[in-house]
Design a protein around this ligand. Structure first.
Ligand code: IMP
Length: 191
């Protein structure tokens, strides 16, 4: 009998091994390093504050921070999420604000996926109210086809088509965040 406390795979939560890999952990690591190098060049001689959007961006931020060679600190915000729904309600709510002031600082918001753009559009407006010296956006994935508001990221690891993905911090109903590759969640498992 299995002694694991993890829920058994079901039709809703199939095993990640059954899902197609979109980007392997090696591809993700290589691309994250490249973005870290680019950010290090762009901010040479300066300090940068990375603001991660919980929970999805936590893993990307931790890899990115280690790939950035300029002085950096990080902070986190949390916003209302989709929960189990796969379509955004359009309403974004701040659940956790930044802990430290960012006025006069160079800030990069770090996100897992830029999808409709509603979350980052809202967060960008909110962060600008704090009067940072500069504000940029880094995202692991970008789904340009899904955009509802005009917003682009300054640093994008991968552009992807309109598919629902999990892994590398990204979830379906809070599952699969620890999956190392980015995989395509099977459409027929979602309800
Ligand atoms: P936006 O406000 O529509 O841009 O939503 C961005 C957020 O939606 C991301 O931070 C993710 O939490 C979530 N999201 C969008 N697409 C996916 C996906 O394919 N997998 C997992 N989460 C997603």
């Amino acid at each position: 009998m299995p002694s694991s406390t993890a829920p058994a795979p079901t039709a809703f939560f199939p095993s990640p091994e059954t899902m197609d890999v979109l980007f392997s952990k090696e591809e993700i690591a290589a691309r994250t390093k490249e973005i870290g190098t680019q950010i290090s060049k762009d901010y040479e001689g300066q300090s940068v504050v990375l603001i991660g959007v919980l929970k999805g961006a936590a893993i990307f931020l931790s890899d990115l921070a280690r790939a950035i060679k300029v002085d950096n600190t990080f902070d986190f915000v949390a916003v209302s999420s989709y929960g189990r729904a796969r379509v955004s309600s359009g309403a974004v709510k701040l659940i956790k604000d930044i802990d430290n002031p960012i006025e006069g600082k160079h800030v990069i918001i770090v996100e897992d996926i830029l999808d409709t753009g509603l979350t980052l559009n809202y967060l960008r407006g909110l962060m600008l109210q704090h009067k940072p010296a500069s504000l940029k956006i880094a995202t692991c994935l970008d789904k340009p086809e899904r955009r509802l508001v005009p917003i682009e990221a300054d640093y994008v690891a991968f552009k992807i088509p309109n598919r629902f993905v999990i892994g590398y911090g990204m979830d379906y109903a809070e599952r699969y965040r620890g999956v190392e590759d980015i995989r395509i969640f099977p459409e027929d498992a979602a309800h």
